[in-house]
Design a protein around this ligand. Structure first.
Ligand code: BGC
Length: 721
């Protein structure tokens, strides 16, 4: 398609339509059930809404085709609609929430899962997914931590790029390729007090050093679109933030793809108090560099006036429209507006065995064994198992953003265990509900009875899927009094108890950890959750997940993360409460978290030794090789994520105590050893120096290798240039 010729032929209204994205409901005959108000509230007529160039929130191939037909019938130049959707961790087959996927430390698996969900989405008519979410998350109070792969820029960047590759394939020409949209640019993960949509205050240094690299990694991986965040950064909403959108994104990073606002974010600039009205909002967003406006029509309604007044230019409009037409063209929509949408393929692919198997593997690898005092794995030949707790039979374990996923597709822990142990007697009781702050345990007596009689008890606790995600911040992160009461009673009557904990964020498990012999954290594991949990509990699969986000000891520590700065007055023993006065401490809780970044146990053990550096000195021309030997010293095969960190000892600005720079996931048979060799280059040592340049400074560095961010072998080297 000659899109420039097409552009030259389009009216202004048609062009502005391409820059407007409306809910799919607006294309249906009955648009009265809109979740954010009928078309009239947007200020445009129904006919005008039909000129819009893209849509979101539709479900399925049939729906898509109907809407596409309606749109094509109204488009003077028969320009097909782009269909976008939040395909975040699966489409119909749901794999674990991204925070769980972060714990896999497995780029191939992440890519495979993105590929699988892209395929399911493509046959349902999706062209663009609003994923991956690359917000760095360090405050578990924020509900959207579940959408991110975690707290570390290096890990997030590598996994973010894997998501992009999985969705987009090589160049979007594959039948099942869909375009990806990285979000939410920028620093949405650091809202004050962990409250969603709240202001973000941070220095440009921290922004560039820590919060931006994840998004950048996706741009480098070729992501097609980017979405500015809802929040303000330094007082300026991202939607009109010229530092972010113009200087950094367009000029420094040379991003020439589509910038799409978040839902109604143009109009929210009025509530932020930076735009006077709709017209002003459109002016601010367009001048900052936004292309598509999601779920409001300020551009459509006011661009003409703004053009006449010289506040925006036709060149800006044309450039944005060209970007949209170009993506449509490269997706092949002008030739085939339905693209891969097919009801037959939906039937064949959605929830097919291969996709379920992958979702099961992902749920197994995402789960983190936080604690195990010899209880797990349970013996598969047990006679009586008790599955107790609010999540024993709960199917709502797919997570907040499960798109076309349905609770009824999810395998519960109870059915997973029953399927794995057909000959065992598997009894269950709910005990109490998962409601926040619940105090009543209606089934306490029954729970005690079942646990007393059982050979093994699986205690299913945690946080419900709708208690995380967008708009769902929490100020308390502990289990409810009812869940704790249930746990205490059950554990008192049976020590052979393992807790399986569901959650969309790191919960505060300090009290439970003191009484329960074993804890397996399974996040919101998705469609195959119960099968994965059964396989892990009964030793069919050896747990290998490692935390991609720190688990606080108490909420008051939030934000808490391993890669923090030094203080001038560090505590000597961060794991104990008392420390001499005038140190960087709390009076009532330790400084250290309950579980550190990178932590995760296995049913086997690993020994790390022989940390060897290729030289004492590294130079730009001579990267440093760091070798370590890892041995499986236990009796089971397992997977181990070997982590490499550095510390820049003296620099022109304070540097974090530790920074992850590389990792490798090994598979080792019992007794097997493997040598891992990491390479550090000058770029790995670079940071934003005191004079603002991005460079490595000469001097002494420490390098650490180990199984988590706390138990590390250490060596030193010098960097010279
Ligand atoms: C969210 C985005 C999402 C969009 C479209 C917004 O509320 O912040 O992450 O992509 O809705 O559903």
């Amino acid at each position: 398609m000659d899109i420039r010729k097409l552009l030259a032929d389009m009216t202004l209204e048609e062009k502005l339509g391409q820059l407007t994205q409306l809910n799919a409901i607006f294309f249906k005959k009955d648009n009265t059930v809109d979740i954010t108000g009928p078309v009239s509230r947007l200020g445009i007529a129904e006919e005008e809404a039909l000129l819009s160039g893209s849509t979101l929130n539709f479900i399925g191939a049939k729906d898509m085709k109907e809407i596409q037909d309606i749109a094509l019938a109204h488009q003077p130049h028969k320009i097909p609609l782009l269909f976008m959707q939040d395909v975040i961790h699966g489409y119909r087959t749901i794999y674990p929430i991204p925070l769980g996927m972060g714990c896999t430390f497995d780029e191939e698996l992440v890519e495979e899962c993105a590929r699988m969900s892209g395929k399911e989405a493509a046959v349902s008519g999706v062209h663009v997914t609003f994923s991956p979410m690359l917000d760095l998350v360090r405050d578990a109070r924020w509900g959207r931590v579940m959408e991110s792969t975690g707290e570390d820029p290096h890990l997030n960047g590598r996994l973010g790029a894997a998501f992009v590759r999985g969705y987009q394939g090589d160049d979007l020409t594959g039948k099942y390729d869909i375009a990806a949209c990285v979000k939410h640019f920028a620093a949405y993960g650091a809202p004050e007090a962990g409250r969603d949509y709240n202001a973000v205050e941070m220095s440009e240094h921290t922004l560039r050093e820590t919060y931006l690299p994840g998004y950048r990694a996706c741009i480098d991986a070729g992501v097609e679109m980017i979405m500015p965040s809802f929040n303000t950064v330094g007082g300026v909403p991202s939607t009109c933030n010229r530092l972010l959108l113009d200087r950094i994104l367009r000029k420094e990073w040379q991003f020439d793809g589509i910038v799409i606002s978040d839902y109604n974010a143009y109009r929210e600039m009025i509530k932020h108090g930076v735009a006077e009205d709709d017209k002003h909002a459109a002016e601010l967003a367009i001048n900052a560099g936004c292309d598509i406006e999601m779920m409001s029509a300020t551009t459509y309604l006011h661009a003409k006036e703004l053009l006449d007044e010289g506040k925006i230019t036709m060149e800006q409009i044309d450039r944005a429209v060209l970007r949209v037409l170009d993506l449509k063209d490269r997706l092949g929509l002008f030739e085939n507006p339905y693209r891969a949408a097919s009801e037959d393929e939906e039937k064949a692919l959605h929830l097919c065995p291969a996709h379920r198997d992958l979702a099961c593997r992902a749920a197994e690898e995402a789960s983190v064994l936080l604690k195990n005092e010899g209880v797990l794995p349970f013996d598969k030949s047990v006679r009586k198992v008790a599955v107790i707790g609010p999540f024993a039979k709960e199917q709502g374990i797919k997570g907040f953003w499960a798109c076309a996923g349905r609770d009824e597709d999810c395998v519960t822990v109870l059915s997973g265990i029953r399927a794995l142990l057909p000959d065992a007697e598997v009894a269950t009781v709910r005990g109490c509900s998962w409601e926040l702050g619940e105090t009543e345990v209606p089934d306490l007596e029954e729970a005690i009875e079942l646990s007393s009689e059982a050979d093994a008890v699986v205690l299913c606790l945690g946080e419900y899927q709708q208690h995380t995600g967008e708009g769902n911040s929490r100020a308390t992160l502990t289990l409810s009094p009812a869940q704790m009461k249930l746990a205490e009673a059950v554990i008192k009557h049976n020590k052979n108890t393992a807790a399986v904990i569901f959650g969309g964020r790191p919960l505060v498990l300090t009290d439970l950890a003191q009484i329960v012999p074993a804890m397996l954290y399974v996040w919101q594991p998705g469609t195959e959750g119960g099968n994965a949990v059964a396989n892990l509990l009964f030793g069919e699969v050896n747990p290998s997940g490692k935390l991609s986000m720190t688990f606080p000891y108490a909420e008051g520590q939030c934000p808490i993360y391993y890669s923090h700065m030094h203080t001038g007055r560090p505590v000597k023993r961060p794991k104990t409460v008392y420390e001499g006065g005038y140190s960087s401490r709390y009076l009532d809780v330790p400084v250290a978290p309950l579980y550190a970044f990178g932590h995760g146990l296995s049913y086997t053990t690993y020994a790390y030794d022989q940390l060897i550096l290729s030289d004492e000195v590294m130079t730009p021309a001579a990267p440093l090789e760091i070798g370590v030997t890892v041995t499986n010293t236990g009796t089971r095969a397992g997977k181990e994520t070997v982590q490499l960190y550095i510390r820049d000892k003296v620099a022109s600005v304070a540097r974090p105590v530790l920074e992850l720079k590389d990792f490798a996931k090994l598979e080792l048979a019992p007794g097997e050893s493997a040598a891992v060799i990491f390479t550090l280059t000058e770029e790995d040592l670079a940071f934003h120096t005191a004079d603002g340049t991005f460079a490595a400074e000469r001097g002494e560095f420490e390098v650490f290798v180990g199984p988590n961010s706390e138990e590390l072998l250490q060596a030193t080297f010098r960097f010279e240039k």
